[in-house]
Design a protein around this ligand. Structure first.
Ligand code: NAP
Length: 291
């Protein structure tokens, strides 16, 4: 079994991005600038956003954090979005999800100018992905494809089973893996909570991508010998031995599945760091106005 080290690859990507930033600046171009909007005080969202801001510092980007109380109105948020859309110094920005229930996530996402939507969530960018046009690929699927590429894991003609069909992970992931590109070209099965006999599907998979949000859901009896197992899940489970009172586990039962898998990503240290690196990559693309 080969452990896929997302932290290491993420650091490699960050140092490549940092070099590109230096090159841009030496040519007299401006420093890339990423903004993030954070609403409320959800601890997980705060952690994610502060990691993203810190990663900006690592690669030499400028970053701006815009924070709102949980009771901010949809109208106020849309006004801020309009402001960011019109601020030429900001190359790209994200709105950290989830948002409080009184705010329509869809309305907010549709308010983001597609050329600044570095999370790749806007319907125009999702449509461009489907049509194989240059776009911002949402950060988690982009990070996973990059991991497969950097580990030289063959994908062409392989059977990839994606578990989970969310707009931010499972659905774009399945589209990406089915594409006629040298990073994909898989036959894809997309499974979800209504899939009958999930195990029957996963046992046929050369590549399993688990994005479910349930701790230790994928067990060894669901995995074919030698399969590539990508664990997207980030789940908090109680752990009295930790100061925080919890630990993070994935959607895959790592101990037992790692004995059967050919390749596997750990949690933490697998897909998570790649999501951040891919967001930086998208911001660089935005700053360079590549499309
Ligand atoms: P989500 O929106 O809750 O979607 C979960 C998906 O799992 C849904 O499509 C659901 O099916 C499916 N599902 C639930 N129970 C199932 C079952 N018993 N069998 C088969 N499918 C089942 O979650 P998400 O936003 O995609 O996130 C998934 C996980 O990834 C979470 O742990 C999240 O924290 C993590 N995540 C990690 C990163 C990262 O950077 N590593 C980034 C984003 C998310 P239905 O559609 O039928 O309900």
């Amino acid at each position: 079994m080969i452990l896929i080290d997302g932290k290491k690859i993420s650091l490699e990507l960050q140092s490549e991005i940092a070099q590109e930033v230096k090159d841009l600046i030496s040519k007299g171009k401006k420093q890339p600038h990423l903004a993030a909007i954070l609403v409320g005080d959800d601890p997980a969202s705060q952690t994610y956003v502060s990691s993203k801001v810190k990663a900006c510092e690592n690669v030499g980007f400028k970053s701006t954090l815009v924070q709102f109380e949980a009771n901010v109105s949809e109208h106020q948020l849309l006004s801020k979005i309009e402001e960011l859309n019109n601020n030429d110094d900001i190359d790209g920005y994200i709105v950290q999800l989830p948002l409080p229930r009184h705010i329509s996530e869809q309305k907010i996402i549709e308010g983001i100018k597609p050329s600044k939507d570095v999370d790749g969530f806007h319907p125009i960018n999702v449509g461009r992905l489907v049509l194989n046009l240059p776009t911002y690929v949402s950060a988690t699927p982009f990070g996973i494809v990059t991991l497969l590429e950097r580990y030289n894991i063959p994908t062409e003609g392989k059977h990839c089973v994606v578990i989970g069909r969310s707009n931010i992970v499972g659905s774009p992931m399945s589209i990406l893996m089915a594409k006629n590109t040298n990073l994909a070209n898989c036959t894809v099965t997309l499974c979800h909570s209504k899939t009958k006999d999930l195990k029957e599907h996963t046992l046929q998979a050369d590549i399993i991508i688990a994005a479910i949000g349930r701790p230790n859901f994928v067990t060894a009896d669901m995995v074919k010998e030698g399969a590539v197992v990508i664990d997207v899940g980030i789940n908090r489970v109680d752990d009295d031995t930790k100061k925080s009172g919890f630990k993070l586990v994935g959607d895959v039962q790592f101990e037992e599945v790692s004995k059967k898998a050919g390749y596997i990503t750990p949690v933490p240290g697998g897909v998570g760091p790649m999501t951040i690196a891919s967001l930086l990559k998208n911001t660089l693309i935005a700053a360079k106005k590549e499309f």
